[in-house]
Design a protein around this ligand. Structure first.
Ligand SMILES: [Fe+2]
Ligand SMILES: [Fe+2]
Length: 200
């Protein structure tokens, strides 16, 4: 499914620094997303974004929340309005006068689908985590001990196995790592180490 957004700027620059409170974000999340599996995915990506902002990018607390928020809401409209994926959540965040950077990160989480290029580090990390996080989670579900003892080698085997999580595009995973300029191994080990704490 490809929905081109046909635009590359979002929101109003005057809203810089405006973010949803955690409470408001969770309310929106719970209202819009009903599918429990999708919820886990979005919470995992949110947690990865926050952890990366904190541990690797040395962001301040507010920026950590902006990264987390972008992850938390990136698929907010996918469950109930798949034909409006990205469009609906972006319009809603524009209406709420949220910082443009959040909308831009959401808009560029699949450049091949939405036609919006990831530009800054937050955009690139959201793109880099999205599909890889899903594949690694799928792998954890088929292992007897879940994330325990999971290693990079095992994940790379699954990446090579085309029939495993066949809907996850290997090309996109590599493209995202290239754009973020982070070795795939580093992304994989970061995801293994962090996302196990978020479960159904
Ligand atoms: Fe998506
Ligand atoms: Fe996603």
């Amino acid at each position: 499914m490809s929905i081109k957004l046909n635009r590359s700027t979002f929101g109003n620059p005057e809203n810089k620094g405006n973010l949803l409170s955690r409470e408001a974000a969770m309310e929106l999340f719970n209202e819009w997303v009903l599918n429990p599996k999708l919820k886990v995915h979005m919470l995992q990506v949110a947690h990865l974004m926050k952890s990366w902002a904190l541990e690797k990018a040395n962001m301040d607390v507010k920026s950590q929340w902006m990264w987390e928020l972008s992850g938390l809401l990136h698929d907010a409209d996918w469950d109930q309005w798949p034909e409006m994926h990205c469009i609906k959540i972006i319009e809603h965040l524009e209406y709420l006068q949220i910082d443009s950077e959040v909308m831009h990160a959401i808009a560029s989480h699949g450049p091949n689908h939405f036609g919006v290029e990831p530009i800054n580090q937050m955009d690139k990390m959201l793109y880099a985590f999205d599909e890889l996080s899903g594949l690694i989670h799928a792998y954890s579900l088929m292992r007897p001990n879940g994330y325990e003892g999971m290693d990079i080698k095992g994940v790379k085997k699954r990446l090579k196995e085309k029939s495993f999580a066949a809907n996850v595009s290997r090309e996109e995973i590599q493209d995202a790592a290239n754009r973020a300029e982070i070795p795939l191994d580093e992304l994989i080990s970061f995801i293994i180490a962090h996302q196990a704490v978020v479960t159904a």
